[in-house]
Structures are given as C-alpha cells and as structure tokens.
Ligand binder design. Structure first.
Ligand SMILES: Nc1ncnc2c1ncn2[C@@H]1O[C@H](COP(=O)(O)OP(=O)(O)OP(=O)(O)O)[C@@H](O)[C@H]1O
Ligand SMILES: [Mg+2]
Length: 391
C-alpha cells in the first residue's frame, strides 16, 4: 500500500500545496522554515486525529487560529490518495473547521476513484457528525452493483467516522488506511536520550526519540540474530574500531549498551562513545527492523555522520521502503541527495509566507543533466533547484 499524493490546504504554511507522484522513498529538501517538518506533522496530525480526535490534535498545535494558514479562516484540509492492496486508488479527505470555538470535522470522505465502474463510491461521507456509509463494500466492482447506504450520527463531531463507526473494521479499505496512519512513525532521534541505560524490558521497534535503543538491540540479538550480525558488520565497516555492540543487563535490572573497540579489552558504555557511533547504530537498528513501519519519516539523517556514508544510507532507506511501505526523509545534505534518484526528490520553496512544492523530475534541465551523469546533490548546490536556496 502506498500513498500516491497528498494535498494540503490551510495547514500552517501549506496554504495550497500538493505532492503528487510520490515514490516509495521521498526526499524533501528546502531552506529553513520552508515546511519540511510541517509536512511530516500533517501525518502526525492525522494519526492523533485518528487515535484521539480532531479537537485534541488541533489543541496540541496551539489551537485552530494558530494552525490555520495566516490570513485564512479554513477549513484546514488534507487529502490523501493511496493505492490499497487490491490495487485500486482510494481518496481520503478530511476538512476541519471551527464551530463555536471547537474544531469539528467539516467533511470526511473516503472514496474510490471514478473508474470503469462509473461514479466513485463514497464509502464514508460525513459532515459535522452526520453522514452515511456504505453497507455493501464487497459488492464494489461487481457487474451492475449499486451502493447501499446507511445514515449515521456520531456522538462527537470532532471524532473521525473511520474511527467512530465500529463496523468499519470489516471494510478492508478503511482498515488499511487506518493501519497505515496509526503505524506512521517519525524518527526524531536524540543522542542524549539513547546514552543512558534503559530499564530492562521488551521493545521490538525503536521509539521516536530512540530512548529504548538498548532494549531493541537486545530484542534483535535474541530474536533476529541474522539482522543483528548484519548491523554489527556494517557498524564495523563504517565506524573505525567498532567490533561489537551488546546490551548488558546490570545488577539493578537495567540495560546498558556497550561498544567494543577492537584495540582495547573493555568496551565503552553508550555514555562515553561518540555521537556519530550511537547515531549510526540507531539508524541501522531502525533500518534493519524485521517488521518495517508502513510509513516512516526521518528528519535530517545526516546530522553527526561522515559525509561519505550518505550514499549507503540513502540506499538503506530505499531498501527499507521496498520491504516496508514508504519512507519520507528531510535533509540539508547534498551528499545524501547525491544518493537520491531524481524521481525521489522534492524541494520546498517558501514564497510570500507559503510553501510551494517542486518535483525534481518535472524539471527538464535537471533531467537532462542527470542523464548526462551529473549528481542531483551537486546540481542542488549549483542552484538548479530553483528557489530552494534562501540566497
Ligand atoms: N499558521 C501558520 N501560517 C503560516 N505559516 C506558518 C504558520 N505556522 C507556522 N508557520 C511557518 O512555518 C514555519 C515552520 O516551518 P518548518 O518547521 O516546517 O520548516 P522546516 O522546513 O522543517 O525548517 P528547518 O530546516 O529549519 O527544520 C515557521 O517558521 C513559520 O514561519
Ligand atoms: Mg524542520
């Protein structure tokens, strides 16, 4: 399952922007304040709206007036087109307005594209707590089938219908979309949080901030030794001296991550190894996850890492996307972008306060130069990503 496009309106500096033809690995560049983190936040917003409600997600971002694009009144809108596992293109649209000071769902639609079966079926179509949903999802696509609808009223107009109506669990397309959004993961790794020992416990996936890295390392070691050995081998190739990493239980029931340097007898505990050593280990743990997230975002993976390692890292993100679902990476690193394919690169330009989205493959100049052997990161540095540079 893959997101093909996302259209955003009135969400902070995304007043009216669309990212189309999204690949499995999308690499986003742009000046400071051009909207990279905000783009990722749209997915986090959807996840919070889905797991809690729209009012909570808006409140967490300072309230409706802070969140809506400056000078606009709304609605705040996001439209995600995705290909479900059956191969059909579905659209989920969510519009949020303010009603008597409270954010509400102004419109929520989940539909299939108009196609060979005529009009698209609106599986879900709600506005402010009232609406209808289909009762014969499985008939879609059958010869002569007509949609059968049932009216519903939700208890709370700030709850999403795809969450609030329990019967949707049986709708494959709803279930898939929910699981994609609920499993959205953003990696915002903080070295300082990965350094201390962790309480002994069980964790299969690296947390957003990376504070459970010792537990995940232990999990991989015990349950996926092949992956763990792979991570170690790559570590030793990329960080000079590192020969072994383990998670050592302490007497007081904690786990300490230890890095062995081949030149010395005793390992260094995480507190005393270099920033980049921990960071590289964390990325490898994240990227060799036996069960990848269907949707992963990583902010500026280049920080703390040696530039020559960026090409391999880009390839590892691509591999992860191939195994998992889809990956979004924001970066300020031309070395990382050198490892990108043109169709993977998008750049954001902030003009008059709002974001414009550009897709590298749409530029004839860039296509021509890359065909001749130029590297995308070098072209970016030469100023060929028009408007991307703040200067
Ligand atoms: N309601 C709003 N309307 C318009 N613009 C907004 C609104 N809220 C925030 N912004 C703008 O969005 C910017 C934040 O952009 P964002 O954090 O997404 O940038 P970024 O590309 O991640 O930058 P960096 O490279 O520095 O991390 C703010 O600096 C502000 O200018
Ligand atoms: Mg940012």
């Amino acid at each position: 399952m893959q997101i093909e496009s996302i259209e955003i309106k009135n969400y902070r500096l995304f007043r009216d922007a669309k990212l189309g033809n999204l690949p499995q690995l999308a690499i986003i560049v742009g000046a400071n304040g051009s909207g990279k983190s905000t783009l990722f936040d749209v997915f986090t917003f959807l996840k919070e709206a889905l797991t809690q409600n729209v009012a909570t997600a808006v409140a967490r971002r300072g309230g409706f007036k802070e969140l809506v694009s400056r000078g606009e009144t709304g609605p705040i809108s996001m439209t995600v087109k995705f290909r479900e596992s059956g191969g059909r293109l579905a659209t989920y649209q969510l519009d949020i307005a303010e009603d008597a000071g409270r954010p509400v769902v102004d419109r929520e639609v989940l539909k299939f594209r108009r196609g060979q079966y005529g009009q698209p079926w609106h599986f879900v179509d709600f506005s402010r707590g009232h609406g209808s949903a289909i009762t014969n999802e499985s008939a879609y696509g059958e010869e002569g089938a007509k949609e059968v609808r049932k009216e519903h009223v939700l208890d709370d107009p700030s709850v999403l219908a795809i969450k609030g109506l329990g019967q949707f669990k049986e709708f494959r397309v709803v279930a898939e979309f929910r699981s994609l959004i609920e499993n959205w993961h953003i990696s915002d790794f903080h070295i300082s949080e990965a350094r201390p020992s962790a309480e002994a416990g069980y964790a299969e996936h690296l947390s957003t901030r990376g504070d459970n890295i010792a537990q995940v390392a232990q999990y991989l070691y015990e349950h996926h030794r092949d992956k763990f050995d792979r991570v170690l081998k790559i570590m030793s190739e990329r960080v000079p001296g590192v020969t072994k990493v383990d998670a050592e239980p302490t007497v007081d029931g904690r786990l300490v991550l230890r890095f062995q340097d081949g030149s010395f007898k005793d390992p260094f505990i995480a507190r005393y190894v270099s920033d980049g050593t921990i960071k590289m280990f964390a990325y490898l743990i994240l990227l060799y996850d036996p069960k990848p997230h269907p949707l992963l975002a990583v902010e500026e993976p280049e920080n703390h890492l040696y530039p020559d390692l960026m090409l391999e890292l880009a390839e590892e993100f691509r591999d992860y996307a191939r195994r998992g679902g889809q990956v979004f990476v924001s970066t300020h690193s031309p070395d990382f972008v050198n490892g990108a394919k043109l169709e993977e690169i998008f750049w954001l330009v902030k003009r008059k306060g709002f974001t414009e989205v550009h897709r590298a493959l749409d530029s004839d100049t860039l296509r021509g130069l890359v065909e001749e052997g130029d590297l995308p990161g070098a072209l970016w540095k030469q100023g060929l990503f028009e408007g991307a540079s703040p200067k």
